[in-house]
Design a binder for this molecule. Structure first.
Ligand SMILES: C[S@@+](CC[C@H](N)C(=O)[O-])C[C@H]1O[C@@H](n2cnc3c(N)ncnc32)[C@H](O)[C@@H]1O
Length: 286
């Protein structure tokens, strides 16, 4: 009997510990984003009626609720704090947008975010860093991530603004708002040819949205410049001895469709490239 009780005790303790880990204490204290910052975040993220916005660590739900009331945006908020989730649900009902929004008491790290077209965060940089691999794993290219005050370390934002926040609950009365656009994978070896011209090969390495590489055309090296990928949009220049070629296009899997201006002032020509070897995006470590 005593052995049985001991065994039950161990099982109960293990279950309790598991529960404590699953619903661990909040990694980030609750501090609400001031409403003028919420509005600026939605504008910077280009949030609209067709978006699905997920606020990770949603607090009282103000970001999702504002997007729903202002733009008709659908979405979800998750927070570890059950009390805040209940507040968010009550406010969504009060503001007549409960049919557009879901709020759940759950850990953001075990939340499926693949449906998002916009993700908002007001977490700490250390949490953002843990979140980074999940963002690249789950979000579609082109998804916007808007963060209040805390960045993603060496993943530089595509845009950053700073605004005055007279009612900020802590620190200096201003906030940074940053935007990242999840880049498509452009890494690897691409080939194309242009009418009446040479066959091109471009080898690219990609770190977040930054591209570096080298190109050759008929054995002649060309210099790669201004190479960037924003969502599924890619642009770069190739320069040899005299002219600079300007390429712009959209990536769809192993194909790019776009146009190229071979010499400044000339008409753009259609451009199609195929990837013959796929690389990996370097998203750094923790
Ligand atoms: C600084 S507040 C931001 C609240 C809201 N997004 C806003 O901007 O007003 C951070 C919120 O994240 C929640 N949080 C922290 N760690 C979390 C986790 N691992 N999973 C879900 N929520 C978390 C906290 O409970 C807190 O409400």
């Amino acid at each position: 009997m005593i052995t049985l009780l001991r065994r039950c005790g161990v099982i109960a303790l293990a279950a309790l510990c598991w529960h404590a880990v699953a619903l661990r204490a909040s990694d980030v204290p609750y501090v609400p984003t001031s409403m003028n910052v919420v509005d600026a975040m939605l504008v910077l993220g280009g949030v609209g009626p067709d978006d699905y916005l997920i606020d990770l660590g949603s607090g009282d739900g103000r970001i999702s609720i504002r997007a729903a009331t202002r733009f008709g945006t659908r979405g979800m908020g998750v927070d570890l704090d059950d009390r805040l989730v209940r507040m968010a649900l009550a406010d969504a009902r009060k503001q007549g947008v409960a049919d557009k929004l879901v709020f759940e008491a759950r850990n953001l790290f075990s939340t499926d975010i693949s449906r998002a077209t916009v993700v908002t965060t007001y977490l700490l940089q250390s949490i953002n860093l843990q979140l980074r691999p999940l963002l690249f794993e789950q979000l579609k290219p082109g998804t916007r991530i808007v963060s209040h005050d805390f960045d993603f370390s060496d993943w530089s934002p595509d845009q950053k603004i700073t605004i005055d926040v007279p009612d900020k609950p802590y620190g200096p009365p201003r906030s940074d708002i940053m935007l990242w656009v999840v880049p498509a994978n452009m890494a690897g070896v691409w080939q194309w040819s242009l009418p009446g011209s040479a066959a091109y090969e471009l080898r690219l390495e990609q770190k977040f949205q930054m591209l570096v590489g080298a190109a050759v055309a008929q054995g002649q090296p060309l210099r790669l410049g201004d190479a960037r990928v924003k969502g599924d949009a890619v642009s770069f220049t190739l320069s040899g001895t005299a002219d600079v070629q300007r390429y712009t296009g959209r990536i769809d899997g192993n194909r790019i469709t776009g146009e190229v201006v071979l010499r400044s002032g000339e008409r753009a020509l259609p451009w199609r490239a195929e990837r013959i070897k796929t690389g990996k995006i370097n998203i750094g470590g923790l």
